[in-house]
Design a protein around this ligand. Sequence first.
Ligand code: D5M
Ligand code: FE
Ligand code: ZN
Length: 514
Amino acid sequence: MPQETPARIAQTLASHGYNAEREAITLLSGAANPEAALVAAVDAAPPDALVLTADHVRAALEDGPAAERTGGEATPAADPSVSGGDDPPESDAGAGASPVETKGSFERDPDRSKRSLSVAGDITGESTGTGEYDEFVTVFRDRYEKLSKQLRGRVNHRPTDSLEAMPGGGEAGLVGMVNDVRSTANGHWLVELEDTKGTFPCLVMKDKPIADLVDQLLLDEVVAIDGTLSDDGGIVFVDSMHFPDIPRTYSPSTADRHVQAALISDVHVGSEEFMADAWHRFTDWLHTEDAQHVEYLLIAGDMVEGVGVYPDQDDELDVVDIYDQYRAFSEHLKEVPGDMEILMIPGNHDAVRLAEPQPGFDEELRDIMSAHDARITGNPSMVTVEGVDILMYHGVSLDEVIAELPEDQASYDEPHKAMFQLLKKRHVAPQYGGHTRLAPEEKDYLVMEEVPDVFHTGHVHKLGWGQYRKVIAVNSGCWQAQTDFQKSVNIDPDAGFAPILDLDTLEMTVHKFS
Ligand code: D5M
Ligand code: FE
Ligand code: ZN
């Protein structure tokens, strides 16, 4: 008989339309014949029950031969090969004869009123863009307004038209969007800044310490500069440069109780490289006592591999139909314990518009993925979990940041450093026109108006986390082994990891399942 792990049992129950109490699953996996017990329990449950309770299972077990519990031979609750961080997970049902309903069993905190999860900045259902040129003007104007507000206090801003009218030699401050960055014949930098009135050239001398900051500039980000007007008044010599940035005094919020969130991304179901075994080990682990406090699962995009996302992608598809891919993903999601909250945003492989902000999945896809009652929101979204603001963004702009910035500032090996840059720029996708596609909207949803406590991205398939001015940045790796493309460009993905965040302390531990 194939071994019925808790995750497999939960999945089967979910496919029958049931969420299950944790104890119900423990009881089933501890039964002598879990498969028979499962069938009996489903039969015994009232047809209108939404949740399979421990009482349903007990009733079923008392009625049939499946009631005998395993004797000396343990039925492990979890695959023993799971490497849950440092300690292999304890298996409650593995205690064999010990009755699971008393000590030795565990439950996620049954008091759901302690949980809270809310979403802000979600484009879903709010999109007004029709793609007209004017709307691009509107979205950039909104970006400028929001970010210049954050920068105004730092310099004595003069609009570009009044700078033009000023006599040479005086002090000048300007808040502007980076329109162009060029090096001059002498190796200095000419940065053209744009505000709502026009553009103005700003010269950064190569021997000034701030010249290093020019390397960090991306087109379309908003910065402030201070400097001196040239004698003819036609250019500013830059003395200082400021990013909107995270205030140094920023202090993050934390949850009031010990509770954890698993931050994962890039599942890529439907790809030949999707690592089903690692995924099963992860979901099995979620059913163990070790994961008792993991009450939230946040997925940062690329649920499925999609179709036609990259050239020659078809060669590596395991499931070719996009809806079938979501059906398969949904089956995998059903392995996650029913007593966890799930939230997901789309990524560039998902079947929503590619331009950012991306709305959450449409009704048809929600329907396919409905079994777990997951919360579905747009990319990006600010998700507040028990008081902790988690900015979730898939991460396509990270490719851009990594391509444009010096290696020590941003690299695939240290994706969190690229995230630090986005935090500094207070925008999840500053540069428009390269990897990142931007949808024109009435406002710029991609600006970080509020400072997040945690910034969670994926996309680059590399694991990395760190702290930038007390904000935790986590890029959470993937569940897809190396693709041919990645092999050709030497990207070695970090697959099969689950970063687990303590919401009360903001400490991170990473569990490996591959
Ligand atoms: O992309 C995962 C990572 O790999 C991300 O850094 C982009 C890069 N990638 C993967 N395939 C391609 C192709 N064909 N061209 C360019 N860049 C690619 P994800 O989109 O999450 O699969
Ligand atoms: Fe991906
Ligand atoms: Zn992606």
